[in-house]
Write a protein that binds this ligand. Structure first.
Ligand code: NAD
Length: 251
């Protein structure tokens, strides 16, 4: 007699718990976001080329194999998430790649590859989710840019151009979707300890750490915490913003 209402209460609460779609959620910053949102009781869908580690014990999680460069696949993933859980509350855009190379030696193939994933991939998921957010009259979007979009360094032309493009795209989307009550923001991390930066020589990492005011390199959780804040009611009046998460590197 007591157990049935308790189960229904639990089911109702589960129905109400918010839903996040995270691109690039299989690794690094994206994976830290997956874990953080699950810990906070969200249901989480991941779109990535490769599967996440086993997270079943951490909560309600669904994996969609997807290349973010494909708009048709983005549309299908967003449709599947809404079909499964009936809503989409937050879109977190972490999928990204980097190719080093000086401008005078840059190959058009590398330029195209980085722009396709880091900028077109963000556009594709924003575009796919826009109609859902418009119908719902609510939504949060956070895209991962970089401090490199704010202060360039040599040898990363395509990456810097793509990440600067992400900030422009976020501002444009904040304008277009604001009338539906949707917040669209970017975060700009400095150096973060992830598989993406593993191959970087220790001497360069030390130099970047010494440039920060806090004297440390970020962990993925440091970025996930700010993304989580931007998806909360506490950030309801923040939109079109690009927030540095760089330990004061550019302060
Ligand atoms: P990561 O390599 O650990 O994770 C990136 C994820 O994106 C991987 O799971 C990968 O499979 C996925 N991915 C790559 N190409 C994809 C594609 N075409 N389709 C779908 N998924 C794809 O890297 P990270 O450091 O966690 O980077 C996450 C984001 O943060 C990236 O956009 C990166 O540019 C940005 N960023 C990272 C740092 C840093 O220092 N690590 C600093 C600033 C910004």
């Amino acid at each position: 007699m007591i157990r049935k209402p308790a189960r229904e209460l639990w089911k109702a609460r589960k129905r109400r718990s918010p839903v996040a779609l995270i691109t690039g959620g299989a690794s690094g910053i994206g994976l830290a976001c997956v874990r953080r949102f699950l810990k906070d009781g969200w249901r989480v869908a991941v779109a990535d080329l490769r599967p996440t580690p086993d997270l079943k014990a951490a909560g309600d999680v669904a994996f969609f194999k997807a290349d973010v460069r494909s708009l048709p696949r983005a549309n299908a993933v967003v449709r599947a998430v809404v079909k499964r859980w009936g809503r989409l509350d937050a879109l977190i855009l972490c999928a990204g790649i980097s190719r080093a190379g000086l401008l005078e030696k840059a190959k058009i193939e590398d330029w195209q590859a980085v722009l396709d994933v880091d900028l077109t991939g963000v556009f594709a998921y924003l575009r796919a989710a826009a109609t859902v957010f418009e119908t719902q009259k609510s939504g949060k979007v956070v895209a991962v840019s970089s401090t490199l979009a704010l202060r360039a360094r040599h040898g990363l032309t395509a990456y810097i151009a793509a990440k600067a493009g992400v900030i422009g795209l976020v501002r444009a989307a904040a304008r277009d979707l604001g009338r539906f009550g949707v917040n669209v923001n970017a975060v700009c991390p400095g150096l973060v300890n992830t598989p993406l930066t593993d191959p970087m020589p220790a001497a360069i990492k030390d130099r970047l750490r010494d440039e920060t005011a806090l004297g440390r390199i970020a962990e993925p959780e440091d970025v996930a915490g700010v993304i989580r804040f931007l998806c909360s009611g506490d950030a309801r009046h923040v939109t079109g913003e690009a927030i540095r998460v760089d330990g004061g590197q550019l302060a």
